[in-house]
Design a protein around this ligand. Structure first.
Ligand code: SAH
Length: 228
């Protein structure tokens, strides 16, 4: 067997070695991951590692998630094709693109304006017209576009943000988020029926922190205000 060379060959190898071998089974998710050019979402200096089995730095101390974790979270969401999805933590926009392959509309919120602008430019260049990139504190959700059939949080939350839960569709809406206060987090799915919320844990993961009013405090801000 020869080593993969084109981006598509890299993606086929990535799907076989990192996703299917670890139990990703949903054909729609596999198809979406095969389609999205991950190398477009990583900074130039990490291009050689674009399809590697790990997260990569994207600036502002943030990371693009490991391919497997993107696929696993997407699979857990069981996204119907007509769904309206909220993503909290746009980062590079890679996960956003995978969601946009499966859903009708994706609203994605990022607290760093520069990351949001870069993600928006990539997504536009790739022709994703069903994505809306917003800048703000995603721990408040995105009330203007609520309710959402699916919500994905792609940063580690110390607790489930109440406002976000309130923006979940009442008829089987699903929220997936990394949850916990330590270094290793639970990957949690919450399913809503009316005012009944059921939580399930689907393994462990590790993520950068969800920073905001109903997440972790911004350490840089608190340091500078103490200094002032
Ligand atoms: N899914 C992304 C990876 C996200 S890394 C990708 O595929 O590239 C987590 C992102 O969440 C970071 O960009 C971080 O700035 C953002 N983030 C953290 N707290 C946030 C908040 N309260 N609201 C919106 N974005 C937040």
């Amino acid at each position: 067997m020869t080593a993969p060379e084109s981006p598509l060959e890299h993606r086929i190898a990535m799907v076989e070695q990192q996703l299917i071998s670890r139990g990703i089974r949903d054909g729609r998710v596999v198809h979406a991951v095969l389609k999205v050019p991950r190398h477009v979402f990583v900074p130039g200096r990490s291009l050689d590692d674009a399809y590697a089995d790990r997260p990569l730095p994207i600036g502002e101390d943030q990371t693009i998630s490991q391919p497997y974790i993107v696929a696993h979270m997407t699979e857990l969401l069981e996204i119907p094709s007509g769904a309206k999805v909220l993503e909290i933590g746009t980062g590079s926009g890679y996960q956003t693109a995978v969601l946009a392959e499966l859903a009708a509309t994706v609203v994605t919120v990022e607290r760093h304006a520069a990351l949001s602008a870069a993600a928006r430019a990539r997504l536009e260049a790739l022709g994703y017209s069903n994505v809306h990139c917003c800048v703000g504190d995603g721990t408040l959700g995105w009330e203007a576009a609520a309710p959402f059939d699916r919500i994905l949080v792609t940063a580690g939350a110390p607790s489930v943000p109440e406002r976000v839960l309130g923006q979940l569709a009442t008829d089987g809406g699903m929220l997936v988020l990394p949850l916990g206060t330590g270094k290793i987090l639970d990957l949690v799915r919450v399913v809503r029926h009316g005012n009944d919320f059921r939580s399930e844990v689907h393994g462990k993961c590790s993520f950068v922190k969800l920073i905001g009013e109903f997440g972790w405090p911004d350490e840089r801000e608190s340091t500078s205000s103490e200094d002032a």
